[in-house]
Design a protein around this ligand. Structure first.
Ligand code: NAG
Ligand code: NAG
Ligand code: NAG
Ligand code: NAG
Length: 270
């Protein structure tokens, strides 16, 4: 259901791998690639993170040195977690400790712009998680087994394993082969051959949601909460889903209040 997708132009160009050399002054990367601080082209954290000069950079806002753990306090996290019924599968699975551990791989999450931008990004992330999985209730998409979410356009770059299904799993409900595929290099597990890992390992599960967030949502932080709805699940914005948008905005506003920041403008889809 996700609108955006990451297309790795060359399978070898990955975070941590040797970058393809490009002239520093004229990066001229492919549309889906970022020009890194050092003038290399590629995708993922190394290229699109801090210092990214051009392309789908995670953000152009300057980094700050906030401690996300100080904002996502046990009280804040548990305030959300406690809303899930005891019978929920996610209740034992999702923990603050797993979130913080996953966060170590995404150091720019919630740490760009002014401190209020950070608080809004954190509120936005947890608002979307609350909406996607009902306050940490679900691990897997309801009835997900009936769909395989294999987009054949990407079978060359992200070949689907016919025995596996890429339905929604984890805090942001990672779905489709083109989102499970990049996990191999960018998160470190074989998403195409063992997508179920996202439903079994809570740290990897949080990593997939942060990976998705950093790749597609982080860069719109500062443009209003409505833009995050637009990039995550654009059909929430098609007019027929105003109740769902309203619910998202309610979560977001509530979490902003708890974190002591005003929600800002452009809360709904434009
Ligand atoms: C960022 O915070 C860490 C831990 O609080 C500290 O050790 C480090 O010096 C800070 N860096 C900057 C650039 O302020
Ligand atoms: C698969 O991806 C292509 C390219 O992004 C898109 O045009 C197409 O609608 C997708 N198909 C499905 C079934 O989602
Ligand atoms: C899918 O499962 C079948 C039957 O268990 C097996 O023979 C086949 O090798 C599997 N395919 C992949 C790609 O794992
Ligand atoms: C809200 O949207 C308007 C119109 O698109 C835009 O001019 C304004 O900059 C946006 N506000 C923020 C905070 O992004």
């Amino acid at each position: 259901m996700k609108k955006n997708m990451l297309i790795l132009i060359l399978a070898g160009i990955i975070s941590g791998a040797l970058p393809r050399y490009k002239e520093v002054q004229s990066c001229g990367c492919a549309v889906d690639e970022c020009c890194s601080q050092m003038g290399y082209c590629g995708t993922g954290y190394v290229f699109c993170g801090v210092g990214c000069q051009e392309g789908p950079c995670y953000s152009f806002l300057p980094a700050n040195n906030l401690s996300v753990a100080d904002i996502v306090t046990p009280k804040f996290f548990n305030g959300i977690h406690d809303q899930a019924a005891a019978s929920c599968a996610g209740k034992k699975f999702y923990t603050r400790a797993a979130f913080l551990k996953a966060l170590n791989s995404f150091l720019e999450f919630g740490r760009i712009g002014m401190l209020d931008d950070s608080r809004r990004e954190i509120a936005a992330f947890f608002a979307h998680v609350t909406h996607e999985i009902g306050y940490f209730c679900y691990i897997e998409e309801i009835d997900g087994h009936s769909k395989n979410y294999c987009n054949k356009t990407y079978t060359q770059s992200y070949p689907c394993n016919p025995n596996k299904s890429y339905y929604g799993r984890g805090p942001i409900q990672l779905s489709w082969n083109f989102n499970y595929g990049p996990a191999r290099n960018e998160i470190g597990f074989d998403g195409l051959n063992s997508p179920e890992t996202v439903a079994k390992d809570p740290v990897i599960s949080f990593k997939t949601s942060l990976w998705y967030w950093m790749n597609f949502v982080h860069r719109v932080i500062g443009q209003g909460f409505g833009e995050t709805i637009q990039v995550i699940n654009y059909h929430e914005c098609d007019g027929a889903n105003s109740a769902r948008v309203e619910r998202l905005v309610t979560y977001y506003t509530q979490y902003c209040n708890q974190l002591g920041v005003v929600p800002g403008d452009n809360l709904t889809c434009s």
